[in-house]
Design a protein around this ligand. Structure first.
Ligand code: GLA
Length: 395
């Protein structure tokens, strides 16, 4: 493994073998031997490589999950970040469809949660304050004047431990993190497991599980930015989005829910039939103005009925279709409005305005302060368990 550590951070052993690049004259056979861990006969393989070292000197590993239908997902133990996700287009060509960086160093710098796991509480909590059993808790204000995505040192910036598992037609990576009592201001030692599972049919499951030793609030999600065209220099405005929701969670000027739920009918927020992101994104609409585009939580239909198809994104040029299944009550559709051309793309250039979108399955923002929203409280003895699936195909 020294080989990997010395010279190929950011390049997987598999690509080393197939691309025959880097580390000229070094022990290529060693790399080839390791790659054989992924048996050719397995329908889904999982391979571990060393990805890098954090500023604090912790080793970060990367796991490559790959099936035989051209889907490959790379996940690192820093932030549980999906650094790369490749799926075929309609011509069968497998290409990158998520925004990412090419170094750990870049992921450790300030960035808008590219590919990361979000917790302990996804999205905003008004003024960073909430009350549980009469006790008020104060969180860091990292998105003036509110708390966002679990805090400045939330789950997106911690190191997770990892365990691999192989099923018949699946490969899984089970990540674990124990958030301490009062870490980032939240009560309770929270033990969290997030399991990514790739199957042979181009679906990636994300299973979230958590338990606590004190009453707390939990809202976990995944923050990948998709661009199904694979051309990250182009905005995602031509993607057709579908969201199975009759209602929206409208927000105030600081993106905190007003507490009401509004009907999407005859608004730019009606995605019950497929609609291009760009079709109405610039309409004169008060909610769009507040979000600077789409940056809202939709109230998903069929709540309480378990896993169901809740949203999709289709890119006609490539033919790629992404379908999102979840048991969650809400989905935050964010059209990348804050991407501003300052962060580097993998191979030169920068990520410009709206070149990626997120579909973050979750409970509604600010739930701890909204008595009419489904609860996000987790008590000792209870199991937080929720699953989201990102399924890819072409049409
Ligand atoms: C979420 C929020 C957005 C923004 C992004 C990250 O989607 O709702 O307002 O903070 O994360 O930039």
């Amino acid at each position: 493994m020294n080989l990997v550590k010395r010279c190929v951070y950011g390049i997987s052993i598999l690509s080393l073998v197939s691309m025959n690049v880097q580390c000229k004259g070094e022990k290529k056979e060693e790399a080839a031997g390791t790659a054989q861990e992924a048996k050719a006969t397995d329908s889904v393989s999982i391979v571990k490589t060393v990805y890098g070292e954090t500023e604090k000197g912790e080793q970060i590993d990367r796991y490559t999950l790959k099936n035989q239908k051209g889907m490959e997902v790379n996940i690192i133990t820093y932030g549980g970040i999906i650094t790369s996700l490749k799926v075929p287009n309609k011509a069968g060509k497998s290409e990158e469809v998520v925004i990412g960086f090419n170094s750990l160093e870049q992921y450790q710098k300030a960035n808008p949660y590219f590919g990361a796991l979000i917790g302990r509480f996804g999205n905003r909590i008004a003024k960073g304050k909430f009350t549980l059993d009469g006790k008020q808790y104060s969180l860091a204000i990292n998105n003036e004047p509110n708390a966002l995505h679990g805090g400045p040192e939330g789950f997106h910036r911690v190191v997770w431990t990892a365990e691999e598992a192989k099923g018949g037609d699946t490969a899984s990576l089970k990540l674990k993190y124990v958030a301490k009592d009062m870490e980032e201001g939240y009560p309770g030692n929270l033990t969290v497991f997030v399991t990514y599972t790739l199957n042979k049919d181009n679906a990636l499951d994300v299973l979230y599980e958590a338990t606590t030793d004190k009453k707390t609030v939990v809202n976990l999600t995944q923050h990948s930015y998709f661009n199904l065209s694979s051309d990250f220099s182009k905005p995602i405005l031509d993607h057709e989005i579908t969201i199975d929701a009759d209602k929206l969670v409208p927000v105030d000027a600081t993106l905190i829910p007003t507490g009401k739920l509004t009907d999407v009918t005859n608004t730019p927020f009606d995605f019950r039939k497929p609609k291009a992101v760009g079709k109405e994104i610039n309409a004169a609409d008060d909610q769009l103005k507040k979000g600077l585009g789409y940056d809202h939580c939709w109230v998903l239909n069929n709540q309480g009925k378990g896993d169901r198809l809740v949203a999709s994104a289709y890119h006609a040029g490539s033919g790629r279709l992404l379908e999102v299944y979840t048991d969650q009550p809400g989905i935050q559709f964010y059209s990348g409005n804050f991407l501003d051309g300052t962060l580097p793309m993998r191979n030169g250039g920068t990520y410009a305005h709206r070149t990626g979108f997120c579909l973050e399955t979750q409970h509604y923002p600010d739930s701890p302060n909204q008595k009419d929203f489904p609860t996000t409280v987790l008590s000792p003895g209870e199991n937080y368990k929720t699953k989201t699936t990102f399924k890819f195909s072409v049409k």
